[in-house]
Design a protein around this ligand. Structure first.
Ligand code: FES
Length: 450
């Protein structure tokens, strides 16, 4: 039992998230763990305690001003144990559109440790010099702002760390061909350097309702937000039945290999299969699975799939294939939570950022005019308007670059815009010409109000 009367709210929240039951006695709040044994339904053994207790209000991480800020209040009526990702939450009022349910706080963090995970992947551990505590949900992501060669870049990266270790934030970044920010981080960021960070963002998280039976399905860097959730689940001694099915190219590409092995040894509620996709498998001492994850593999390895909450993260092609297989194998759609790190425009969106993918690929030869800047540039329809503006020296406010925060909204005055289907802008705003520039592409000659 723990007495937390005078401790900060994040500790209370951690106890509650871990399934602890609150009891008030002698003017003190005591927390103790009590788990249900039944795994026969998908509601978590945590749920009754979590929702039965006072509603916990998720608070923004990285308080910039020393005060806590409310991000959003948990609903009493969460629709499902695992929710499909919503693409944004925007509230329209007249011509003004405000992001809601998001932090707009910013913090300068210091790199305190660097780890080589694989030959081309590093983990970056950050702390706040003032010792602030980070409060977020495992699986969420943050946005880094960096100035490289005089130009500002903002990129989103999934958190690898767990809020159960609240004084440190970790991201894991893989080098990618032609990647600007991911490669720069790998090559240049040194211990003691500071970076500007905003967040948290995203709903790809197993909290607050971790299902008692979980399947984590990931390929490559898609393991990063999964590791955040795994660390949280193991740190909080969650008694969920956890299966991992992971895909990497070769043994040396297995990110977190040692830590995953340690987790398996120490937690008998976790089991894992890794498949390797290299066609040079004969060059390795590997006796495990080979080939891409497919329907047959899932069926054989996960016979109780429909009972599980599934968290899926990886490149577009992997996601599409897995989604098709999972649904064909009778996984209820409401049990599937997905996030893709494949990026909209290959020239600028790279790395392990957990970003929603574009679902359109318009092409053509168009003229994009920036009315206020007086510039007109050619576009082939394959680069987002945010990227196009940046490469033209025109600045647009933005954070997530994936249709999540709403910061990049601009007005299109003329012409046809193709927006990724994940973007949900209120119909009234659409009719007024508002678009998310990070997820919009020219579908004709267009004029933008910037
Ligand atoms: S919606 Fe966040 S930058 Fe575009």
């Amino acid at each position: 039992m723990n007495n937390d009367k005078n401790k900060p709210s994040w500790i209370s929240r951690l106890f509650k998230q871990s399934g602890a039951q609150a009891i008030t006695a002698d003017d003190k709040i005591l927390y103790g763990h009590r788990y249900h044994d039944s795994l026969s339904h998908l509601r978590s053994p945590f749920n009754d305690l979590f929702y039965g207790a006072e509603k916990v209000q998720p608070e923004c991480l990285i308080p910039a001003d020393g005060h806590r800020h409310s991000a959003s209040r948990l609903s009493n009526n969460e629709p499902g144990i695992v929710q499909q990702i919503e693409t944004n939450s925007l509230r329209a009022s007249n011509d003004k559109v405000h992001p809601v349910g998001r932090s707009s706080l910013e913090s300068q963090l210091t790199l305190v440790r660097l780890y080589d995970e694989t030959p081309d992947t590093k983990t970056f551990r950050f702390a706040d010099r003032t010792g602030r505590i980070f409060d977020y949900r495992p699986g969420q992501y943050i946005t880094l702002s960096l100035v490289i060669d005089g130009r500002e870049y903002k990129r989103s990266y999934s958190l690898a760390s767990s809020p159960s270790r609240p004084r440190l934030l970790e991201i894991t970044v893989k080098r990618v061909p032609n990647g600007i920010v991911s490669n720069w981080l790998n090559d240049n960021l040194q211990i003691g350097d500071e970076v500007a960070v905003k967040g948290p963002y995203g709903k790809f998280s197993c909290t607050p309702n971790p299902p008692p039976k979980t399947l984590f399905l990931a390929a490559g860097s898609g393991i990063v937000p999964i590791m955040s959730m795994l660390r949280w689940l193991t740190d909080t001694a969650a008694r969920a039945d956890i299966r991992l099915l992971l895909s990497f190219r070769s043994p040396e590409d297995i990110i977190y290999r040692d830590e995953l092995g340690l987790m398996l040894n120490r937690h008998d509620n976790i089991s894992m299969d890794i498949t390797l996709t290299t066609d040079q498998i004969a060059n390795y001492d590997w006796s495990g699975l080979t080939g891409r994850i497919n329907e047959q593999m899932i069926q054989q390895l996960i016979p109780d799939l429909p009972e599980r909450g599934v968290y899926l993260c990886g490149p577009d092609a992997f996601m599409a294939e897995c989604k098709k297989s999972l649904l064909h194998l009778n996984l209820p759609p409401e049990n599937l939570c997905c996030e893709s790190y494949t990026v909209n425009s290959p020239a600028t969106r790279t790395g392990s950022a957990c970003l929603r993918s574009a679902t359109i690929n318009p092409t053509g030869n168009y003229q994009v005019s920036f009315a206020k800047s007086g510039k007109t540039v050619a576009a082939d329809g394959r680069i987002s308007l945010l990227d196009l503006a940046e490469t033209s020296g025109i600045s647009i406010d933005h954070e997530c670059r994936c249709g999540d925060c709403g910061m990049c909204m601009i007005k299109c005055l003329k012409g046809q815009i193709e927006m990724t289907e994940q973007v949900e802008i209120d119909q009234t705003d659409r009719e007024k010409g508002w678009i998310y520039s990070c997820c919009s592409y020219p579908g004709s000659n267009i004029v933008l109000d910037i």
